[in-house]
Write a protein that binds this ligand. Structure first.
Ligand SMILES: NC(=O)c1ccc[n+]([C@@H]2O[C@H](COP(=O)([O-])OP(=O)(O)OC[C@H]3O[C@@H](n4cnc5c(N)ncnc54)[C@H](OP(=O)(O)O)[C@@H]3O)[C@@H](O)[C@H]2O)c1
Length: 246
């Protein structure tokens, strides 16, 4: 059991999270798939089990403190450690079509909604799971960020994301990137690596059908960062093996 890698992927009932769990499972990792309801978590786990993957379904609404505690207790009781945490669950802007510039009309409630899922709950969950990750021989934390959180790329004169300036979402991912930087620094003298992933623009519910990448390719960055070797980077912002500017 000690050599068996255990991964928890948040928001893994669909989209990039489910595919990340599938690809990690195919590489022999035991995956804990989580969803906002027990039914959705079990359905996802059952579908992976049917493909020969060692999967467990657990309810985890990341904004719910009781759920966060319960999943930590579950892992402690069942596995006694956690090797991989993929902080994948995320939301886009509420009640909006597209990702246009919203910097003139974003209300506090919108920031609260997006930051609660994309940052505050993620930090709380990570802190709660850190004692279990410290028990791993090679802990890996992957934070699902976005190129839309890159200040450098937004600032380029010919920025490829010039038309996409959804303040709440972009600010939440920029803040998540700072968390990656700070957490990696805090854990620099451990064997835990912490990185931000940009999956690409991927055809999921969030990415929409207009996106360029298919889901299997979109999950590749998270999977690679989850399985980084000892010589791999920490405190970096990565897309398909290439470093992105913050
Ligand atoms: N797709 C892209 O082009 C793209 C690009 C850059 C970054 N990303 C990032 O990649 C991550 C995954 O995105 P995706 O494209 O796979 O999105 P998605 O298809 O919309 O899936 C989002 C997942 O997160 C879950 N989730 C949302 N809020 C949650 C909460 N409060 N508690 C627990 N689970 C929650 C959803 O659960 P429900 O089914 O219950 O809603 C769903 O499983 C996100 O962090 C996103 O910001 C995506």
């Amino acid at each position: 059991m000690k050599d068996q890698k255990i991964a928890l992927i948040t928001g893994s009932n669909r989209g990039l999270g489910f595919e990340t769990a599938k690809q990690l499972g195919e590489q022999g990792v035991t995956v804990i798939v989580t969803a906002r309801s027990t039914e959705a978590a079990n359905k996802a786990a059952d579908s992976l089990k049917a493909q020969g993957i060692n999967a467990y379904g657990v309810k985890l609404e990341v904004t719910n403190a009781d759920d966060r505690k319960a999943v930590a207790q579950y892992i402690e009781d069942k596995f006694g450690k956690l090797d991989i945490l993929v902080n994948n669950a995320g939301v886009g802007p509420k009640n909006r079509e597209g990702f246009g510039n919203t910097s003139l009309d974003t209300e506090p409630e919108e920031f609260e909604y997006v930051f609660n899922t994309n940052l505050f709950s993620l930090v709380s969950l990570t802190n709660l799971l850190l004692p279990l990750i410290r028990k791993s021989d090679a802990g890996r934390i992957v934070n699902l960020s976005s190129i839309l959180g890159s200040l450098t790329i937004h600032s380029l004169p010919d920025s490829p994301i010039a038309a996409m300036k959804t303040l709440s979402y972009d600010a939440s991912k920029a803040a998540l990137n700072i968390y990656t930087n700070h957490l990696a620094a805090a854990l620099a003298d451990t064997n835990i690596k912490v990185n931000s992933a940009h999956p690409g623009w991927v055809k999921t519910e969030l990415g929409t059908d207009a996106a360029q990448m298919e889901i299997p390719d979109g999950a590749k960055t998270s999977v690679a960062l989850a399985l980084l070797g000892e010589d791999g980077p920490t405190g970096r912002f990565i897309h398909l093996g290439e470093e992105l500017p913050w």
